[in-house]
Design a protein around this ligand. Structure first.
Ligand SMILES: Cc1cc2nc3c(=O)[nH]c(=O)nc-3n(C[C@H](O)[C@H](O)[C@H](O)COP(=O)(O)OP(=O)(O)OC[C@H]3O[C@@H](n4cnc5c(N)ncnc54)[C@H](O)[C@@H]3O)c2cc1C
Length: 456
């Protein structure tokens, strides 16, 4: 079989870009990544990312086996409850570990994991440090008649290759130049996220299901807040906790990425509400100011939940306008392509943004590896990727948006808002007591998150 050589330029060392670099390097394809952050520790707020069956399958395919083991060892403890709760800490719906039968349970490989975003970045950088260039902010590209493409950076430098892949996230400049009609729209929801260190005091604020679960809290006027306790295998000094031994201990101790990872046990929270109810200057607020606003907005919430906000690390709080892509028709394939949020930004509603970016990275790695072996041309490889990616990604964009819209009846004041919220709460309460409905919800969600899926 003939083989081809080509060089791939990736813009952005995020989840998708780095997973692609990992896969391409392993497949023997020449690759370079350009990241605007100045160093490997910059730029990332430490919120947690849920990695589902699709994400795990992609990581397993693209990472060296020992690095995949490191991923498994550096994940936080798996949540065992999925809860819906009122802002007064009354449970509406709680899904525990015993709901599904043994045959219905996803396999160990398909179970969701939770990882700190900083840990994931350090993991994905391991072994590809030599091809990642920091402090390189991309500005524009040029496509040449000979099939090459050049990326330009703010420092005046440039890089030329055969394929340019945007992994720049939601504000992708490649997308703005390449597909200017692909727009991001506001959902009308604005979030403020934060991290509260897990201490004896904050642990005492949580009951068992909150402590060991992922909990979505529903407040007045459609406000929501997700809580998730992230517990790692290492303590506040970065030393292995008591009881951690065997392979995990060995893998974590030998992993150089740990030196750069500052993730420690914390309660992650993400509050979101309609922009109807927020001050106009919300997007300029940072740290303590953003946290104080959450406290103001949640004045009538349960004191334990408010105490969690109060004890949050101000440095971890920032506002986030929740935006989404709108699906577009597939475009003509060239030597520029996109993956992850750069092409399909989605709301956090279904928790699959990073997983879809990882799925893209796996698919593009596979088609490019075939092109490298001479089984197809480079453009055929990109076209196959784009055809499959747009199919599953737009589906995920649409379903994620359906979960998070800020200008619906549930966000209104007055009687119509109260009725919409009462209807939703009644649905959760019924589902909580009618086991077949609960099981159906869980099984549908697992299949959306990649359980049982074979291949793209
Ligand atoms: C609060 C929150 C919670 C989330 N939780 C989940 C979850 O539980 N599960 C899940 O699947 N997804 C989740 N997501 C979504 C997920 O974080 C994103 O979908 C995912 O990170 C997208 O990966 P990416 O590689 O496309 O982009 P990113 O990971 O955003 O990476 C983009 C990279 O490009 C760099 N960059 C940007 N512009 C330039 C430039 N001009 N030049 C050079 N470099 C540039 C950036 O610095 C960054 O490193 C969440 C998102 C948010 C906001």
């Amino acid at each position: 079989m003939p083989s081809s050589t080509f060089h791939v330029l990736i813009i952005g060392a995020g989840t998708g870009g780095l997973a692609l670099a990992q896969g391409l390097k392993r497949a023997g394809v020449s690759v370079a990544v350009y990241e605007r952050d100045r160093t490997r520790r910059d730029g990332l707020q430490g919120y947690r990312v849920g990695i589902d069956a699709d994400g795990k399958r992609a990581l397993k395919a693209n990472l060296a086996p020992e690095l995949y083991e490191t991923f498994r060892a550096t994940c936080a403890e798996r949540p065992i409850y999925e809860n819906q709760m009122t802002h007064k800490m009354k449970y509406l719906l709680s899904i525990g570990p015993d709901l599904l039968t043994e045959e219905e349970q996803p396999s160990d490989e398909e179970q969701d994991e939770s990882v700190s975003r900083m840990t994931l970045r350090q993991l994905l950088l391991t072994g590809v440090e030599d091809v990642v260039h920091f402090d390189k902010e991309f500005t524009r590209y040029e496509q040449h008649d000979d099939g090459k493409v050049t990326a330009h950076f703010t420092d005046g430098s440039s890089a030329t290759g055969d394929l340019l892949v945007s992994g720049e996230g939601a504000s992708s400049r490649v997308r703005q130049q390449y597909l200017p009609h692909a727009k991001l729209v506001d959902t009308g929801l604005i979030g403020v996220t934060g991290k509260t260190p897990l201490t004896a005091e904050t642990r005492a604020l949580l009951d068992e299901r909150l402590f060991k679960g992922v909990t979505l809290t529903h407040g007045p006027k459609g406000a929501i807040c997700i809580f998730h306790v992230m517990r790692f295998k290492w303590d506040t000094d970065g030393e292995l906790k008591n009881g951690i031994g065997g392979t995990d201990a060995e893998v974590i101790s030998n992993w150089p990425g740990m030196l750069y990872d500052n993730s420690r046990d914390y309660i992650m929270w993400g509050y979101a509400t309609s922009d109807w109810w927020l001050p106009e200057n919300i997007m300029t607020m940072r740290g303590q100011e953003a946290q104080d606003l959450v406290l103001e907005m949640t004045a009538d919430w349960h004191p334990n939940l408010r105490r969690i906000f109060e004890l949050g690390d101000p440095g971890s709080s920032f506002p986030l306008a929740i935006r989404t892509s709108e699906p577009i028709e597939q475009w003509e394939t060239t030597n520029v392509t996109l993956l992850g949020d750069a092409i399909h930004t989605m709301t956090p509603g279904r928790g699959v943004g990073a997983n879809t970016a990882l799925r893209d990275a796996r698919l593009l790695t596979r088609t490019l590896a075939r092109a490298a072996k001479g089984e197809m041309t480079l453009l055929e490889a990109v076209h196959e990727y784009e055809t499959k990616m747009t199919r599953y990604a737009w589906d995920a964009v649409i379903k994620s948006r359906a979960q998070m819209e800020g200008h619906t009846a549930a966000h209104k004041g007055g009687l119509s808002g109260a009725l919409a919220r009462a209807g939703m709460r009644a649905f959760f309460r019924v589902a909580d007591t009618v086991t077949p409905i609960k099981r159906k919800m869980v099984l549908a969600d697992k299949s959306f998150r990649g359980t049982g899926r074979e291949d793209d």
